[in-house]
Every structure is written in structure tokens, then in C-alpha cells.
Design a protein around this ligand. Sequence first.
Ligand code: ATP
Length: 596
Amino acid sequence: MPLLYADLVEVYDRLSSTTKRLEMTEILVDFFKRCPSGVIDKAVYLTQGRLYPEFIPLELGVADRLIARSISQAVAVPESEVTSLYKKLGDLGKVAENLLAKGKKQVTLQFFSGDRSREKLTVEEVYKVLDRIARSQGEGSQEEKLRLLSDLLRDSSPREALYIIRTVSGAMRLGVADMTILDALSIAFAGSKDAREAIERAYNLTSDLGAIAKSLATGGLASLGEAKPEPGRPIRPMLAERLSTPEEILEKIGGKCAVEYKYDGERVQIHRGDDGNVKLFSRRLENINGHYPDVAELASRSISSKTFIVEGEIVAVDQSTGEMLPFQELMHRRRKYGVEEAMQAYPAALRLFDALYADGRDLTLEPYPARRKALEGMTTESERISLATQRVVDNPRSLEEFFEEAISEGCEGLVAKSLGSSSIYKAGARGWLWIKYKRDYKSEMQDSVDLVAVGAYWGTGRRAGNIGTLLLAAYDPGEDMFRTVCKCSTGFSDEEIRNMRSIFEKSIIMHRHARVDSKLNPDIWITPSKVLEIRGAEITLSPIHTCGMGTIREGSGLAIRFPRFTGKWRDEKAPEDATTVQEIVEMYRRQLKKVE
Ligand code: ATP
């Protein structure tokens, strides 16, 4: 017996009448038990308001305007009537229901035909039409969608029309969480919630509730087998818990752990299957190849395993220096158009942090150290692709130092990772195997500062052959020293970059100047002479810069995060007139107070 769409509509009605998870589970259990196994996958997707699992990049994508036109054609009323009713009701689904009910009443009165003996819609039929709507693309597709939708509405009852419209407009929102569906599947097909764990693992590894429902309905629990990752199907991401001190982290994680830079970019899961195609999935499991064709290409050529699933963070980098840029720069990639331009202007780099699958080997059940080793083995590192910077620590001090280093390198903080034998990849779970350590505050640097160039680095890419980055310092009048506070590569015009060599020509020296205090070793040393105006995001503690070293915390100096040249060469200032170390320390303290 085929499943009638009206039956599914009744389930929708019942689901929308409650917000209680237990009641929803019961409604679904009852439904799954009687749903024919051939359409259960489709029924599951439809209940979630979609046609396919999230990772299939096909969307119904029907705009409100087109929906309004379909309703108007289906019920033969002017489009203006549809739009004015929409303004009143605020829900195109209700508009369709309303107008269809009115139309049907008129037909009944006119022809005394009672209930029209139309064929009743089945779930299979509705799904087929919606699938054709989703797949219709390119020239003539709008007319095709319009025709398909209005025909479907003509064949449906008012209540069915309500849900069809809500489905095509992406407004189903029945409030059924994935977890509720998992509970219901377990009870319906295994008799109790006991099978929930096995079902959930399958779900976490395949991210496809419809396929799981179908497999349970046709072959029972045994058919799920031991779920394995499969390239092409995104794995639900493992997530981190959060703590706010190194002491707490070490205590929770067993005294010793690996800490990795927490990059401030976009998480990506990269798959390559037997067909050789590379697929990128976002944290929400959407396919994002369209935003990052360069990242797909980069991974494809730098990872040696024939088939693999790895995870990492996409970060925006400065073209000429390779340094990381703030996260917002990446968001240009999320625009609908102009990906090509954005790719040029905001090149992306990859920092890999996990390997989940390689050439038939399921790595998700292996502990973190083994996964990291596998990742190392399969990646050919270069400037644009590398493993997340990592260190193993066993005391709060080293952890804190590494944290400051991460911040001064433009990261958000650290992710501490358990090294224990049970440190598997827990797909879809937020747990204590990973603990993030982020800064709790963020504040803007109010004032710009005037800093002195004491060193420089050669540029790469478009800046090859020119100076691309300056090492900048604040002045310490007490000791008559210049102490480094940041490396700056942004804010310079192309012309300034071209002229940079001649600007500094006379000041270049072979060794660090005696009045310069630096832990860094730039490509070129410069006699302190030129002063530049700089604006940064904030001041942070840093183990690599010497400005204010030991003043706030032993072993730490201060750094300006995301420094940017304002365009002002302060030629009227002598290097001794630059912002002082003491001023930077005060700015840091003020920043802290503001946060408190
Ligand atoms: P947040 O907003 O803090 O990134 P979240 O909920 O997206 O939180 P969490 O699991 O809590 O994710 O934090 C870890 C996130 O940090 C990952 O989702 C990933 O995007 C990012 N990240 C950056 N570097 C790493 C790394 N080395 N290891 C793991 N995750 C990393």
C-alpha cells in the first residue's frame, strides 16, 4: 500500500500541536511502524523540511514571488489577491490553504459534486514533483517550477497545500530535532531506546537520517552493521568543551595533553572518494566547494592518500607575507558572486588538525596521537597547507606561554587534546577529549600608536623581491632601547611596497642594531629611524615580542594584534618620539579594566 500524503499531513498536524519531545517521539514511533519501508527515507527528509540529507547541495529554492504565482494559477485568482492575503496572514502556506478551501467550496456549490473524486496524492508522487522542482535549473526553469507547483497544488487538498508550500519555501519548522527522530527509530525498530547508541553512531558517521531509517525498516538493526566513515558522506564534527584556565584544563585532561593553535577561520571537512573528486563540507555539513575551489585543489595536490577524510580550518592569509588575517576577511568568500575575485584578494590557507579516514582505514576509533601521525604521513606541507601548530605540555606555564604565542600569531586561542588511549574521534559530540581555551574578552584598540621600524621581511607572491613586512618597536626611554611589539604587513599601498626598499636603503644594517631588543630574527635589520602610525585590534600578551617583557607576566611581552598601517609616515617624529613601552603597558591595563 502506498503511503498517502494525507497520512503524512496528519502526522505533521499532530507534531505541530505539541512542543514536548516525548510526545513527538511517540507520534513518530507510531508513524514509523506503519510507514512502508520503500518511502520511509523520503518521509523522514520531508519531515525535516527537505528532500535530501543536508550534504547534498540541491535546494528547492523556490522564491516567494514564484510561489505566489503558482497559488494564483492553481486557484485562478489574481496574483494581487494572493499577495494581499499574504500580507495579512504572513504565511504563504496558509494563503494556499485558505484560497484552496474557498475555491473547493465554490466548485462544490456550482456542480453539486460533493467530494471531487480525485486520485489521492501519495508521498511518492509529492516527493517526485518536489524533486523535479529542485532539479530544474537554468533556462526555462522558472516556468517549469511554476507549472509543476501549480499542478501539484491543483491536485492537493487545502491542508496538503499548506505543507507543500511550507516545504518548498523552506518554512516547515515542525521542531523535530534529529535526536528525536533517532529515539523514535530506535523504539520503532529495536523495541526500545537500547539501540539508540548504535543508531546514533551510524548517524554521526553518515549524517543521513533517511538512509538510516530505510536500512532499519528494511533489514532491522543488524543491517546497520558496524557503521564506517565513507568519503562523500560528511561526518558530524567532534566538538570541544571549554575551560578558562590552564590549571583546570590540565586537571581535566589528565595532567598532560597536546595543545594546538585554535585558528580563527572556517572549519572544513575534506573528502576524496574513489572517483578522485574532492568535496568540502562546512561545520554544518553543507557542501562548500563553490566558495573554496582553491582549497579543494590545494588539498587534492597536497594529500597523498588516494581516498581520505581530513579536517582543518581554512584561514585567510595576507598574499605577500603569508600571515593570517582576521576571520572577517574570509567571509568575502561566502558571497554568492565574485568567488574568483575574492580568491585573488583573499587567498586561503589550510591548517589541518585531524584525519578520520585514509585508503579504507577507519581512523575515527584510533586515539588522537595515531590520527595526528596519519595526518602527518599523508600531507605534504607547504606555506599554504600545514598541520595545526602543536605542542605537548604538562604544566600550566607552558600551556599559557603557548596560548600567548597563538594569540600573537592571530589565533583565537588553543584547543587542548587528550593523548589518552580513549581519545578517539567522537563524531557529533561535544566532550572533554578536546577542550578549548579562548580569550574571554575582545576590545578595540582606541588609539593608534606610532612605532619604529627595526627590521623587515621579504615579501612573497605579489610582493616577491620587495619588502613585505616590517618589524616594529616601541621606545623604552628608561633604557634607550626599541622593543618589538608587532610585525605589520597590511595597510601599505602597492606603490609604498614598491618603494619600501629605497625608503629603507640607507638604514639597512647587517646585524641587529644595538638599541634594538628583539627575540625575532628578521630577514633585514634596520637602524631605528622611520616612524609609522599603526592601528591594531587589541594588545595581547606575547612570548615573542619584547615590549613590556615581564611587566605584566613573567616571560611575556606585549603585542599588537592585527596591526595595520594607517597610511601616515610620521616623518615629523624622531624614533625617540615614538609611543613608549610604558604607554603600551598602560593601554593593555586600560583594556583589561574596560573588560572587567
Ligand atoms: P567556536 O565558536 O569556539 O569555534 P564551535 O562550537 O564552532 O566553537 P568547538 O568545537 O567548540 O566549535 O571549538 C572548536 C572549533 O575550533 C572547531 O569547530 C574548529 O572550527 C576550530 N578549530 C580551530 N583550530 C582547531 C584545532 N587545531 N583543532 C580543533 N578545532 C579547531
